[in-house]
Design a binder for this molecule. Structure first.
Ligand code: ACM
Length: 695
């Protein structure tokens, strides 16, 4: 029975730990960050308007520049293809918002409404440490965007787009002075295209959205046990036998890399090794540590198949493969994974054991370090820097290797203290389905960091991670967005930008902007609910959907294998329901309004009435949609919760204490409603408990 990532952590920590870091990772500290983290930072934040990420310095002196269909744009300075294309995209977006029909290719001479002045084009392919700073001034004379390099100008255009506002007098941008630069130079989003294939158009719109919120590294998890997704001309069986026909040709990859570069985004390819490598072994079983034959994994978890580090042919193969990839991918870094190696096949292979004795390698961890050193040398020869997950951390590894923490937040400190450049992914796992506020509260270098100033500089930033077990092209946007925008802000904005309430206010507009860009995160739930309902009458399903969220963590029942279609109710439910924040707020308002308890009472009464009615509607739909059978018990619970809420409102309105037996029964109901069913959990129970206790 394959294990999930998380099961594996628990097993590794109690049994033979491959990495000493496993032991520290049993508790996931970020899961406890939610209430305190969000609340502690909730001081109101001035002058954030609709900007996300919030710029480093922003001043709004008052006044506005009205915008109308005579808007003109100019590029000052040397010809700059990337910037010219970005300005055209900006104008297309501007038209989309305003309804104007400006010619995106039109450039004015002097006296334009918007002048973009960029000193130098910068590199064609963005690189770590590029100057991303810009200055934006809006006055009665017009808009002036200045940057040293193209990438900075791209960032400034995104900010300008977010400054656009409207009221009864029309479109305008506020007078402003903004000086902006990122806090961290590495602001990534990992997309796993192996567990479920994500076609070119998904990658393209993901890059569009990344650019909109100033993320700058697309971490492309291209290979894993379930599929090898990049064409290799030297070793065609990698995709020929290891991809089910779902892979990117090199031509497609090159076009996506150029598309990303035009948006100031680096593309970091990951080829996971030595474990997570079944898809390599289907076509090339001779590289494995066990005899094979191998077949693509169809389930999810951590598997035993692993490359043979004692076999010279493996290094020759990697030299050829990585050499070809080094030519295809222009970025300085290649990520070699290195995570989750159970190493059973090493332990069970006598010739590998003999190799270890001959080379004085004490254990599997030392053997993996040997393998990593060999791979690092190959990458150096091909002009690349190596990067890997935190399990590769080992004193024998050269300092030049960047290491990414994923098992626990403190690991990022260990990595920096060990002298490596460090990235933080723990806390930013989108597939865990945590609310945005939780990741938002995780800082790669928090105020109480134990790191010295020099060590702090080694923390390059972080990456949001969209692992692919539970997403497909139809649902992936709704799992990444808009939550990744909050993480983008954590990586870009000053450390003291921490108000979750302010973040959520702005996130709602970002979400709309992303939809206008072509992202499908807001369309996904409706599409799936219509399919489940067999028509447009999705209201009862939507009522239930608001009160639940997908389960958190990795205990899921659905999506146990790659063929499970994402058509269940849980696939429709957004990771974070608005009710998670709105219901507690409404209940607090009501309870604060004593002794009359009228504030919000009508809203709450209407909500509780809908909850009570939804079950019958869902039952009617269920007769033609067996996929809904599994949520019937949840609909029944929702009806009971609605009754609880209505009765509580009645007791409060009547001003008489509720009978003890009633209270006891309601508290018992809230307990019964807690367990996850159909991979869903109710997120309304705490405010309901407050309501009952107030009666
Ligand atoms: C990982 O999540 N295995 C890096």
């Amino acid at each position: 029975m394959p294990l999930s990532r998380r099961d594996f952590l628990a097993a590794a920590a109690t049994a033979t730990a491959l990495s000493p870091l496993f032991a520290a990772s049993l508790v996931h500290p970020w899961t406890s960050a939610l209430p305190g983290g969000a609340a502690a930072g909730d001081a109101p934040l001035p002058d954030t308007r609709w900007l996300m990420p919030v710029p480093a310095l922003r001043q709004f002196p008052g006044g506005r520049l009205p915008l109308a269909a005579d808007f003109t744009a100019a590029l000052a300075g040397a010809p700059n293809r990337r910037l010219d294309a970005a300005l055209a995209r900006f104008l297309v977006g501007f038209n989309r918002r305003t309804g104007f029909a400006l010619d995106p290719a039109a450039r004015a001479a002097a006296g334009a409404t918007l002048t973009v002045a960029c000193q130098a084009p910068g590199r064609e392919f963005p690189a770590l440490g590029d100057d991303e700073s810009y200055t934006l001034d809006v006055t009665a004379a017009g808009i002036r965007l200045q940057a040293a390099e193209t990438t900075g100008a791209l960032r400034g255009l995104e900010t300008l787009g977010q400054l656009l506002e409207a009221d009864g007098q029309g479109w305008f941008v506020p007078f402003a002075h903004i000086e902006d630069r990122p806090r961290f130079p590495w602001r990534g989003l990992l997309v796993d295209v192996s567990r479920h294939w994500e076609p070119v158009e998904v990658v393209r719109r993901t890059l569009d959205a990344m650019a909109a919120v100033k993320l700058n590294v697309f971490h492309w998890h291209l290979t894993d046990d379930q599929g090898f997704r990049i064409e290799c001309k030297r070793f065609p069986k990698l995709t020929g036998l290891g991809s089910d026909g779902h892979f990117y040709t090199q031509e497609q990859a090159r076009a996506l890399i150029a598309y990303a570069a035009d948006r100031g985004i680096r593309v970091l390819p990951e080829f996971d090794m030595p474990a997570h490598s079944t898809s390599w072994l289907v076509g090339y079983p001779e590289l494995g540590s066990a005899p094979g034959p191998f077949a693509l994994e169809r389930g999810f978890g951590v598997f035993d198949n692993v490359l043979d580090p004692a076999n010279e042919a493996v290094y020759r193969f990697l030299d050829g493969f990585l050499g070809e990839m080094a030519e295809l991918f222009p970025d300085a870094y290649i990520h070699i994974g290195g995570d989750e190696n159970p190493a059973h096949q090493w332990t069970n292979n006598p010739s590998i054991q003999a190799f270890m004795r001959a080379h004085g390698l004490a254990d599997n961890h030392a053997l993996q370090a040997y393998f990593n050193r060999r791979v690092a040398a190959i990458l150096t020869r091909h002009g690349k820097k190596m990067m890997g997950w935190e399990e590769i951390l080992n004193p024998a590894l050269p300092d030049t290797i960047a290491v990414e923490a994923w098992l626990g937040i403190p690991a990022v400190n260990k990595i920096a203290q060990a002298g490596h450049d460090a990235l933080l992914a723990a806390g930013y796992y989108l597939d865990l389905m945590w609310p945005a506020s939780e990741s938002y509260a995780v800082d790669p270098v928090p105020a109480d960091t134990p790191l010295t100033a020099g060590e702090q500089r080694r923390v390059l930033g972080g990456e949001a991670c969209m692992w692919g077990e539970r997403v497909n092209p139809a649902t992936i946007d709704s799992r990444i967005w808009p939550r990744a925008a909050a993480i983008a802000e954590r990586f870009w904005s000053p450390r003291d930008v921490t108000s979750a309430a302010d973040m959520y206010r702005r996130l709602e507009r970002v979400s709309l902007d992303l939809e206008a860009l072509g992202l499908e995160h807001r369309a996904t739930p409706g599409r799936i609910l219509r399919w489940l309902a067999g028509g447009d009458d999705t209201a009862p399903l939507a009522t239930l959907m608001e009160a639940v969220e997908p389960r958190k963590g990795y205990g899921w029942q659905h999506s146990k294998n790659v063929f499970v279609p994402m058509v269940y109710f849980v696939n429709a439910a957004p990771p974070e329901s608005p009710l998670r924040r709105r219901l507690p707020a409404a209940v607090q308002e009501l309870l604060a309004d004593r002794p009359r308890f009228t504030a919000r009472r009508d809203d709450l009464a209407a909500l509780f009435a809908r909850w009570q009615q939804a079950e019958a509607g869902i039952a009617a739909l269920e007769r033609r949609s067996p996929l809904l059978d599994e949520i019937q018990p949840l609909a029944a619970t929702l009806r009971q919760l609605g009754a609880l809420g209505s009765q509580a409102l009645d007791y409060l309105a009547a001003g008489v204490p509720a009978p003890a037996a009633w209270k006891q029964a309601q508290l018992a109901l809230l307990e019964q409603a807690k367990p996850v069913r159909a991979d869903l959990l109710f997120i309304v129970l705490d405010p309901l408990r407050d309501l009952v206790n107030a009666c």
